[in-house]
Write a protein that binds this ligand. Sequence first.
Ligand code: NAD
Length: 441
Amino acid sequence: MKIAVVGTGYVGLVTGTCFAETGINVTCVDIDETKISKLKSGIIPIYEPGLDQLVLQNVEKGRLHFTTNVRESIEQSELVFIAVGTPPGEDGSADLRHVLEVARQVGRFMTNYLVVVTKSTVPIGTAVKVKAAIQDELQKRGVELDFDVASNPEFLKEGNAIDDFMKPDRIVVGTETEQAQKVLSKLYKPFTLNGHPILFMDVPSAEMTKYAANAMLATKISFINDIANLCELVGADISMVRQGIGSDARIGNKFIYAGAGYGGSCFPKDVKAIIKTAESYGYRLRLLEAVDNINEDQKKILVKKISQHFKNHLEGKTFAVWGLSFKPHTDDMREAPSVVIIKKLIKAGAKVKVYDPVAMHEAQKVFGNTIEYGKDPYDVLIDADALVLITEWPEFRILNYKILEKLLKNKVVFDGRNIYDMAEMTENGFDYYGIGRTNVK
Ligand code: NAD
């Protein structure tokens, strides 16, 4: 089988590479020439554990190809994945510009029966638009060709993408015809052999499943953050409360960690987009409106704590920031809480020195020379007024109190992910601020 994956970002590159790994001939297409030329010369443009090795292996075996030539890749494929970005539009709804552009190209260049699969996260009803765009182009060409549009949302997590793709909790596929279902069944067979389920459903349900999943996960985070904020007021510790509620099997202990808010390229935009979808049907998703608002506030919570500690005098202060990516094991900084926090500190007149194991180049794009970049975690501590932990990379977990004390001007730590032991901090003479934990001060 020969397939094309249009859009070679976090999702497209992982999808293409994992399918190639099963022996399928895959062409990854992108309009970004720099990205494609990097990939052609063996440079992986994103940080994703294990991906570089897998890409190189499959390129070497002749199963994985990279191109900017959309026409050729569509002409030669039996199935096309659309994996381009669906960024938020100005009003928060999903911007389908790239998806529909690819759909038009499919209509322009297809030469035989094709299954067109949206892997991008797209609002309910998008498959109908994709179909119409393809049909439109075919009509312009004056040709009649059979095709199917299917929906196959992606659930991979950045930082664990290969494993998630290879051993999925489930594969969701929305189809309208038996033929499309047969093609997708065959394509995904290698991934389902060890009991990983493939769920076939109608297209709107598949499109909805992706938004409902991300909305549910975002809800868990905003819920625990809201409870964490109350914990501080009533003198409770969210870490204890988390364990207390998480041991109830109906609640479960996953994804209920309080912190500095969720970020990334998915949760914030998908929550906003589903709210907009509901609005367009005259319905208000009140719970998700609250989830979104709570998260916006939560991203500011560390700065609030910092300001309070320094009695609103941040001008001239220096802050050492550990962790910039929206979560560990990725270089992705889209919608990362670090961006909000650092911008606010700078606006208040503070100087910021940062360190992240892999996101420093992304940070350069966001902050340019408005901040200082350290060469290791301890480098940024020199003469800083406080340490601010934003992303819980494993290498930040164990603190060397002696070095910390020696390098920092003040013994103050703001822990945006509750990874440090509050009692140990206090024993070592540090002022410690976590999220939802009763402060020792
Ligand atoms: P990305 O921004 O990393 O990559 C998108 C790629 O599409 C870019 O390289 C861009 O140049 C390319 N592109 C845009 N228009 C194009 C066109 N007309 N032809 C060819 N290429 C084009 O995005 P991503 O993070 O991979 O996300 C892609 C989609 O998958 C989004 O809808 C997202 O919501 C969804 N998704 C993302 C994740 C994730 O963790 N990143 C997980 C699940 C689903």
